[in-house]
Design a protein around this ligand. Structure first.
Ligand SMILES: [Zn+2]
Length: 886
């Protein structure tokens, strides 16, 4: 149907034929999905792609008064990214009213108890259903048109009740690019031994599977479009997200979630979600769907996914995880092949949370779709039946959050404008605001607790509806240290254990523990400072402390401008610059260009007349950068590529063939190998024995760089190239180059007999750090650490830690772990194993360098606080040390 109210989103399919509007019952001549695509939905080994989905939704939009389809924007690769709104024709013609009620429910500050009750009666439940974020979990993308068809055409009392009481927001794929890639790959290898094999590249162009780890950082366009619907447009009471999990255990996971529970969440939230999960499980049981497990596998702790991040906004997030087929190829489970394992289901046996184990047999794409349709309707049914309490409870949780922020600490977080990296600090505020957070700005100086703040500083009050979100992102996490049994090995968290945003971003934020008063004004958006115009005939100085300065350098290099980094700290016009200040001589760049640069990047450019002659400096020269992309769909490679694009580092992707066949040194000055196991770099997916769990990938995508590639990489460095290895890839460099360093947490290199430093056999019980923010001490006089503060937070995710070994050349240690108090946020056990050891090493080899960055310096594009190690290592690739002349 055509939307005529002010929904602030573009109506996607606007061609409505006035002569063929739908009959009142909403059915009529709407084509059934199987007629539309030409086969039964979920037929073995039959998949359709994104165009069919959008065409089908276009048809529904044209033909039904229950449906409106909006294009929220475009996917990363430019596909239409759509959302259908589905409800009764009456509700559809009153959407603006319900949107307005939702805005009040999401911010119920001024509502009395009676108002909230009235609003709950008047309003509808809003349920967002999101499908297919993980592209290989393909069933829901195929189900998407059938679900929409039933909701559009079915006239049963149950569907009528759903449509009358629920506004359904249906997103048929959270990653249309990936859906199409998976369908194409599958179809290309149909009827070959590679049918159903894994793709050699990422199914989200930057993030792959990690597209479901981006939901507070908002790096991806898909995340931003949907978050806008969550936190600014519709405030859904329930988000329901469909996934698939491993094949050989339970058929289906539903909430309740497993321990631990994040303490910032409102207890009412999980108690409601528990009810939904159990209700759906019971409905499914009544229809003979077997093998449902609850209270297992997926914990209620960690931020970052599309379905869980809404929890901290008092919105229910229901996850379903179906057992997978092999994409669209059926699998057969003989007796005895199904297993337990994991939190909540140690054995594949009947338990209270697993009442009816599935006995085995054939498992097909269509089975998954049948379960997923049944879940969707059971969920919508309960939402319809209980819509009034759902809406009221949402208001209540928001009101409770507002009240809590006034009565218990923390009362606020203050983000001063004076920052080590002010540009990144503003980005932190942008991200929070996209997440629905209210941000204020001081209009006068004020004091809070022990701190004095200035006019213009940003204040995030905890007295706001989404207080749980603010608190959880801004505070330091203390992971409840779960163990298999008392004194036993740690139970690994589902994902990382610490995600404190200011630490990851290198932003100063002050937690205010006592009530305070200040003159504040709420901001609509975060504005950038307006730099004063620059004048002719003076030198330019840019501080190295902002990440944006790296982008400025890249833009200047792109125009062949002379850029220097000053080796030592200097004072210019009363301002002190730490080592690495970026110096551009007068008249090297036109003044307009520098003014534009300063404005576009929101960086401060200072000027001086003073000659810097005699200063030691590095002349930074343009570099040819290669980023290694293996055929193992490496997410760290994708995130690294995203950051390189964001900061305008020119670069080329290098694959295994390029490495083996190119003259690397003539083509590149610097090569990055992303976080991956050493063995994978060399051997790729090649296994010593056949892998029975997965069809083989085609031979062309099987290899790593091979022994020939190893030789090429060594030759590249010896001839003057810089190799940067990230995370586990450092083990590759240590082993293959015979570097004077040891990763104390693995057996790299194999230790000599009797060596007390050997890392072999470090068990989880001795050292455990699954994803935490650790303190590092930085020697920011080392060029690779230019612009870093003296202390920073490093994301340590099963990372290596280095003990350098003395040898004949100077090894630089730009960052190392302190001797005590390593943990800033998350969980670490056995920290003495890495105390005092190196986190980053710069080791000269031949005419070149190998830079080892052990921790996740650019982890998921979420750690701007440590990007500089990577940026500097790249930009230094061709640097020439010299003394500045006049
Ligand atoms: Zn998934």
């Amino acid at each position: 149907m055509k939307l005529t109210d002010n929904l602030n989103v573009r109506v996607y399919f606007f061609l409505v034929c006035i002569f063929c509007s739908a009959p009142p019952d909403g059915s009529g001549q709407i084509k059934a999905p199987e007629d539309f695509v030409g086969h039964k939905i979920g037929e073995d080994r039959q998949l359709f792609g994104w165009e069919k989905v959008t065409d089908y939704y276009r048809m529904l939009d044209d033909q039904s008064d229950r449906v409106a389809v909006l294009e929220l924007g475009q996917s990363t690769k430019g596909k239409p990214f759509i959302m259908a709104i589905i409800s009764s024709p009456h509700n559809m013609s009153n959407l603006a009213k319900y949107k307005n009620l939702q805005k009040q429910a999401a911010n119920p500050r001024h509502l009395s108890e009676a108002d909230a009750r009235l609003l709950a009666r008047e309003n509808k439940a809003v349920v967002m259903i999101t499908l297919n974020i993980h592209s290989t979990e393909i069933a829901s993308s195929q189900e998407s048109i059938e679900l929409a068809y039933i909701l559009t055409t079915d006239n049963s009392p149950r569907t009528q009740r759903i449509l009358d009481n629920v506004i359904i927001l249906l997103i048929p794929s959270l990653n249309p690019d990936g859906m199409q890639m998976v369908v194409d790959w599958y179809n290309q290898y149909l009827d070959t031994p590679h049918e159903g094999s894994p793709m050699p590249y990422l199914y989200h162009p930057y993030a792959g599977h990690d597209n479901n780890r981006d939901w507070f950082m908002m790096n991806l366009t898909e995340t931003r479009m949907v978050s806008r619907q969550y936190y600014h447009e519709w405030f859904p009471h329930i988000v329901y997200d469909q996934h698939q999990m491993r094949s050989g255990s339970a058929r289906l996971f539903l909430p309740p979630y497993a321990d631990p529970v994040n303490p910032n969440l409102h207890p009412l939230l999980h108690s409601q979600m528990n009810k939904f999960g159990k209700h759906i499980a019971s409905e499914l049981q009544a229809k003979n769907f077997r093998g449902v497990v609850t209270d297992a596998f997926f914990t209620a702790w960690w931020q970052g996914t599309s379905v869980m991040t809404p929890w901290w906004h008092n919105m229910m997030g229901i996850l379903s995880e179906m057992a997978s087929a092999q994409i669209a190829t059926p699998l057969y489970f003989p007796k005895g092949s199904l297993t337990g394992g994991g939190e909540g289901l140690p054995e594949y046996n009947q338990r209270m949370n697993f009442l009816d184990p599935w006995p085995g047999g054939w498992w097909r794409l269509r089975d998954i779709i049948d379960y997923e349709l049944a879940i969707s309707f059971a969920l919508l049914d309960l939402a319809a039946a209980e819509k009034e309490s759902i809406v009221y409870n949402f208001c209540k949780m928001n009101l409770d959050a507002i009240a809590k922020g006034k009565s218990e600490p923390p009362y606020a977080y203050v983000v001063p404008t004076l920052q080590h990296d002010p540009v990144t600090a503003l980005r932190l505020l942008d991200i929070l605001m996209l997440g629905g957070v209210e941000v204020h700005q001081a209009t006068a100086d004020f004091t809070a607790g022990h701190f004095k703040f200035s006019n213009g500083d940003y204040v995030i009050l905890l007295s706001q509806p989404f207080r749980p979100y603010v608190k959880d992102l801004m505070e330091r996490q203390r992971y409840p240290e779960l163990r298999a049994y008392a004194g036993g090995p740690p139970v690994r968290p589902y994902d990382i254990a610490g995600w404190t945003l200011p630490l990851m971003m290198g932003v100063d934020a002050f937690e205010i523990e006592r009530p305070f008063s200040a003159e504040l004004s709420q901001v609509e958006s975060i504005s950038r400072p307006n730099p004063p115009p620059l004048v002719e005939d003076k030198h330019f100085i840019i501080s190295h402390t902002t990440n944006a300065s790296a982008r400025a350098v890249n833009l200047l290099l792109a125009e062949n401008r002379k850029v220097y980094w000053l080796k030592n700290a200097i004072e210019v016009n009363g301002q002190r610059y730490q080592p690495g200040a970026i110096y551009i001589p007068r008249n090297e760049v036109k003044i307009d260009k520098m003014n534009a640069l300063s404005k576009a990047l929101a960086i401060e450019i200072k000027q001086t007349e003073k000659s810097l002659a005699g200063q030691v400096a590095y002349l930074i020269k343009d570099f040819k950068l290669g980023l290694y992309q293996p055929w193992t769909a490496n997410m760290d490679e994708g995130w690294t590529r995203l950051i390189l694009e964001q900061f305008e580092f020119p670069h080329k992707t290098i694959d295994n063939v390029n490495i083996r066949t190119s003259n690397l040194r003539s083509e590149f000055d610097v090569i990055i190998i992303p976080d991956m196991e050493a063995k994978q770099i060399i051997s790729g997916r090649k296994k010593d024995k056949p892998d029975i769990y997965s069809p083989p990938v085609p031979d062309a995508y099987l290899d790593g760089i091979g022994e020939d590639g190893v030789k090429k990489v060594i030759e590249f460095v010896e001839k003057g190239g810089t190799l940067i290895t990230l995370g586990s890839a450092c083990d590759f460099a240590i082993e293959q180059f015979g570097l004077p360093a040891m990763n104390v947490l693995s057996d790299t290199p194999p230790a000599r007999a009797g060596d007390p430093l050997r890392g072999k056999d470090v068990k989880d019980t001795e050292f455990f750090c699954p994803g935490s923010l650790l303190q590092i001490l930085v020697d920011n006089s080392e060029p690779i650490a230019f612009g870093m503060p003296e202390k920073a937070a490093a994301m340590f995710v099963n990372s290596p830690a280095f003990r350098p070994i003395y040898w004949r050349n100077r090894t630089a240690v730009p960052a190392y772990y302190p001797d005590d108090n390593l943990l800033l946020s998350g969980w670490i056990d056995g920290e003495d194993k890495i105390q005092g050891l190196a986190a980053v090493l710069d080791i000269p080899v031949g005419k070149g360098h190998v830079v080892l960055i052990g921790f996740g310096a650019q982890h998921r594009a979420q750690t701007p606080g440590t990007y500089k190690f990577l940026f500097n290592a790249i930009q230094l690739a061709r640097a020439e040390e010299l003394v500045l002349e006049k």
